[in-house]
Ligand binder design. Structure first.
Ligand code: PRP
Length: 286
């Protein structure tokens, strides 16, 4: 029987959509019946296991799943014997401590002796130990943000993404314990065959992630400006310069990180670039 890599993803929650989209962009077709707990990819040797987020680290440690897509926050919290092998650039959030608005606060010391509600007791304990603080940890599994309002806690330690949950509940973020994004975790000892499948998967994922972060840009410029423009462009390699039908003009093509584009757009225009086009890249293999 052909070896297949068992891939655990969240069965519901903030990472599910991004995880499935990533696999799709890697050309992996998952035929997914509704409410199925397991699905097989038709054109790549992986099976998808839909599991509860907080259970995934244990399943990966036990080898029931070979790899999992979870948040770095969950990997840190669960402290299992699993390797974090690749950050995936989506579901960015942070694990933070927040207190009710207008609570006097002058740094971590203000948390000493307080009651803190959280679903992340290990991460919180780690933070408190690091700052040599004692606090009462109230572990609850959901709706952490209402704990101060109902008198259960003086502060909370929870995930923050847009910040709107904190805002709606009259809380202010005071300390960031860790920053997180989706990542791949893996069982520490995969068989050679499974490792080979994982390597192929990682190769595809890296091509997709690079493409997401980079843009193909094209612009026109009079020939005497081309050198100045090239000096501004932080491309992968030397840019392509091609003559236009109109004499004395060239077209310049290159690939740049999207974040750089906005930094240099004004410089490009000032240097004489015109008709600048920014085009998404589907896959990028370097
Ligand atoms: C998290 C967290 C907050 C919310 C913060 O819950 O517990 O409730 O997201 O996001 P925001 O800053 O964008 O408002 P999540 O939706 O992951 O579900 P959970 O309650 O199961 O943790």
């Amino acid at each position: 029987m052909q070896t297949r890599l068992q891939v655990a993803v969240q069965k519901s929650g903030r990472l599910l959509e991004g995880s499935l989209r990533l696999l799709k962009e890697c050309g992996i077709r998952v035929d997914n019946g509704k409410d199925q707990l397991k699905a097989s990819a038709g054109n790549f040797p992986i099976d998808i296991l839909y599991l509860r987020n907080s259970d995934i680290p244990q399943y990966v440690e036990d080898g029931v799943a070979d790899i999992g897509i979870i948040g770095q926050n969950t990997a840190f919290e669960k402290q299992k014997n699993i390797g974090t092998i690749l950050p995936l650039g989506f579901s960015r959030c942070r694990l933070s401590i927040a207190v009710p608005k207008n609570t006097p606060y002058s740094g971590p010391r203000s948390l000493h002796g307080k009651r803190i509600a959280t679903s992340y007791p290990n991460s919180l304990r780690h933070f408190l130990a690091e700052h040599q603080l004692e606090a009462e940890i109230h572990e609850i599994s959901g709706s952490v943000e209402i704990a101060p309002n109902i008198g259960l806690a003086d502060a909370i330690c929870d995930l923050v993404s847009s910040g709107s949950t904190l805002f709606k509940n009259g809380l202010e973020e005071k300390e960031v314990i860790l920053k997180s994004e989706a990542c791949i975790v893996a069982h520490p000892q995969l068989s050679r065959q499974k490792q080979a499948i994982l390597d192929k998967l990682v190769f595809r994922i890296e091509a997709v992630l690079k493409a997401r972060n980079n843009k193909y840009i094209l612009m026109n410029a009079p020939e005497e400006k081309v050198k100045d423009i090239i000096r501004i462009l932080p491309g992968m390699k030397s840019p392509t310069v091609m003559p236009l039908a109109e004499e004395g003009w060239s077209s310049i093509h290159t690939v740049i990180e999207e974040s750089h584009f906005w930094d240099i757009i004004d410089q490009l225009r000032a240097a004489g670039a015109q008709g600048i086009l920014v085009v998404p890249i589907e896959k990028m293999i370097v």
